[in-house]
Design a protein around this ligand. Structure first.
Ligand SMILES: NC(=O)CC[C@H](N)C(=O)O
Length: 439
């Protein structure tokens, strides 16, 4: 059977393709000559499956989309504190090519040119080539294939790099650039000239969306903490002076480039990308912005419009049964899904609201996908209270959601037992009772 997703993406393109407003970036001579018509869109699931339509496999220069990834690399190599010493994380409200520095002389954020040049300077290596090779290696690791450079666009931008060299010189004069201006700008321009496809960008977005694991190679390229930080800065600064519009209309951490590409990373969900060369006055692709807006709306990806699923956390609860059930008069709580704070609140409210008359309490976690630390803490509190009432506690936990270590850490060692099934719980409970053991 054919997946409905590919035709859907085709439909997204068809609805936007007639838009021809916007203009090519012309301050880079070679970019002014690219074909303005291509239009591609792609999404990548966190297991590496991709869906694409239009010109999604056509290569174009990554330009400023690289900034988000080089920033991740610099943090991985230097640590967040050192990177924050050099580059702020406040939206500048200015165009991407302005010398936006804060009162400490740091570039306002890493997503504008000033901040990206300072970020590139922090990448390990002495020369532009050494630093660039680390960047190319990282971009390739995120894309899951070896990326290359468009040499003619690179040379063209380097030949007209007056503004970026000016920015770098001012940063260096203010002690805010950790390399010689020419080294930082040369490497930064090479990084901007890396060729990617829309599909590559979607996969790279998925790498950030998954918390740092490349979905195809399964390589962990950055820590979850770093991924979360980068996504935050993309949310507030990734679309330059259109960030406010972007967050309200699309609500997905993203980064655009003057090559016409936009990468988006919907945390824990998907990576997405769109590409078309004509740009709006902010330097963001007109059609790619429109495509991302449509995807966000149709696929329900807006960060501020998360469906509330916590109320489904308790799938089944059997308490205060007068009849003997399978496990000899046990209370049974079957949980499901991802248990975060909101879900755990429904669980503990349910467990503690009624006085549970049964002597055995079974908590079945076999359909729980993940439990956050706060959820285990809350569950442990309630189980601890059951314990003090003299109940026997059993956990069915085939995928190790509530490990022996967690149980220990919450002071319930020896009081909560893992069992494979209801039946095993009953057997263990009977044996203990027969041997006169306390719960
Ligand atoms: N916004 C962008 O994509 C700008 C990148 C481009 N290489 C520049 O520095 O001007």
């Amino acid at each position: 059977m054919r997946s409905p997703i590919q035709p859907y993406l085709r439909n997204v393109l068809d609805g936007i393709a007639e838009r021809r407003d916007g203009a090519l970036a012309d301050y880079i001579p070679e970019l002014a000559g690219v074909d303005p018509e291509p239009f591609g869109v792609a999404i990548a699931m966190l297991d590496g499956q991709t869906y694409a339509a239009g010109d999604a496999d056509l290569p174009f220069t990554i330009q400023s989309v690289a900034k988000a990834f080089t920033y991740a690399l610099a943090i991985r190599e230097r640590g967040l504190d050192q990177v924050l010493e050099h580059i702020g994380i406040e939206p500048s409200g200015d165009a991407f090519n302005r010398i936006s520095v804060d009162e400490r002389g740091r570039p306002a954020n890493p997503m504008i040119n000033a901040g990206a040049i300072a970020t590139f300077a922090l990448v390990p290596g002495e020369t532009a080539a050494e630093k660039f090779s680390a960047v190319l290696g990282f971009l390739s690791a995120c894309a899951g294939r070896t990326l290359t450079v468009d040499e003619s666009i690179c040379a063209s931008e380097w030949g007209a790099a007056y503004r970026n060299l000016g920015i770098a010189n001012i940063l260096r004069a203010g002690d805010a650039l950790a390399a010689e201006p020419a080294v930082a700008v040369e490497g930064y321009i090479r990084q901007s000239s890396v060729l990617v496809t829309t599909r590559d960008l979607a996969v790279m977005g998925a790498t950030l969306a998954s918390g740092g694991v490349q979905p195809v190679t399964r390589e962990r390229v950055i820590d979850e903490e770093i991924a979360g930080h980068v996504l935050s800065v993309m949310t507030t600064c990734g679309m330059y002076d259109a960030a406010g519009d972007w967050v309200s209309a699309v609500g997905i951490p993203a980064k655009s480039g003057v090559g016409g590409g936009i990468v988006g990373a919907s945390p824990g969900r998907i990576g997405l990308a769109a590409f078309s060369p004509r740009l709006d006055r902010h330097g963001n692709s007109v059609r790619a912005v429109a495509a991302c807006e449509r995807l966000s709306r149709d696929l329900g990806l807006h960060l501020m419009r998360i469906p509330e699923v916590g109320h489904l956390a308790v799938r089944e609860a059997i308490t205060n049964t007068s009849v003997e059930n399978d496990i000899g008069n046990a209370a049974y709580f079957r949980l499901q899904g991802t248990i975060d704070f909101v879900a755990a609140e429904t669980v503990v409210r349910r467990m503690s609201s009624e006085s549970v008359s049964e002597r055995y309490v079974v908590v079945d976690l076999s359909e729980v996908v993940e439990a956050k630390a706060v959820a285990l803490l809350m569950l442990s509190e309630v189980l601890g209270a059951f314990c003090s009432e003299g109940k026997y506690l059993y956990v069915i936990d085939p995928s190790g959601i509530y490990s022996a270590d967690d149980i220990d850490a919450h002071g319930l060692a020896g009081r909560v037992q893992h069992v494979a099934s209801w039946q095993e719980g009953e057997r263990v409970a009977r044996e203990r009772t027969e041997r006169g053991l306390e719960p």
